[in-house]
Write a protein that binds this ligand. Structure first.
Ligand SMILES: [Zn+2]
Length: 278
């Protein structure tokens, strides 16, 4: 984290005081960003996104500290929501204290998802057993709270899909989907939501575009994972939530649909996958 809270300067969210977010169907939703990792005033980032039609952002926590920060941001800005969880990279740190902190955060209506959690056997920053244990614990929290699970998977699709089934995960969002078309179909058949990120725009990632074309229009949402995964157009730079527009355009092309249709579908699907956005 590189900046501190400046809550006095920002507008207050009407929904914090009880009103709901208006269902602006054509407003794009970035279902996965890390505002606390972006080296820019979050007020400017949120305002810049809104100016380009990206009015709803889910700021995803990667450990208890960043989950607390995500909730602070959600309480400070209209259209920003949070999640709480422990990333698979630091799964070994999920002890009773951290688990208790995550559980406490999940009580807030501004915290709309559990995670990010999952399995990353590519980096393997935490031992596999710790990742699996933490993943199962998050699935339990998702089942208890009814809040959707935000799942990170890298080089572990078979394992992740079988744990989700074993633990009877109900509300699942597969963040930064990188599986192939057959995994996409299996996930969609189970009722999971696939979240596509900026890497769907990279020339070499034809298999992700095939996956996006393989599922029904109610099964996918869009995200940026910003500041990571900048779309091809600005590749090499830090990404921003506004980059979700590139993802929508690429999905429209991959699916042979209009940009407007994909825009509308992803906004509606995001609200279905994350009921707390309503
Ligand atoms: Zn992420």
């Amino acid at each position: 984290m590189t900046e501190t809270g400046r809550r006095g300067e920002v507008e207050t969210d009407a929904s914090v005081t009880g009103e709901r977010n208006p269902p602006e169907a054509l407003e794009a939703v970035d279902t996965h960003c890390h505002l606390f990792l972006i080296e820019e005033d979050p007020a400017a980032v949120v305002e810049g996104a809104r100016a380009e039609g990206v009015g709803t952002l889910i700021c995803v926590g990667i450990d208890p500290e960043s989950s607390v920060r995500s909730l602070e941001l959600a309480e400070s800005f209209r259209g920003v929501f949070a999640t709480a969880g422990m990333h698979p990279h630091t799964a070994s740190d999920l002890d009773g204290t951290a688990g208790g902190a995550i559980e406490e955060l999940l009580a807030s209506p501004r915290v709309v998802g559990v995670g990010e959690t999952g399995l990353d056997f590519y980096r393997m920053h935490s031992p596999r057993e710790d990742q699996e244990r933490a993943f199962r614990a998050h699935i339990g929290l998702s089942r208890e709270t009814g809040k959707p699970l935000v799942v990170h998977v890298r080089d572990a699709w078979v394992e992740a899909m079988s744990i989700l089934e074993e633990e009877r995960a109900e509300h699942v969002v597969l963040h930064c989907f990188t599986g192939d078309a057959s995994i996409a179909r299996e996930a969609a058949a189970r009722g999971y939501t696939l979240s596509f990120s900026g890497n769907v725009t990279y020339p070499k990632n034809a298999s992700i575009r095939d996956a996006a074309a393989a599922v029904d229009a109610d099964r996918f949402v869009v995200e940026t994972d910003s500041p990571f995964l900048a779309p091809q157009r600005i590749r090499g730079r830090d990404n921003r939530p506004v980059g979700v527009i590139d993802v929508i355009e690429q999905l429209a092309e991959a699916r042979g649909e209009s940009v407007e249709n994909v825009h509308r579908a992803t906004s509606e699907n995001a609200r279905a996958a994350f009921p707390g956005l309503r």
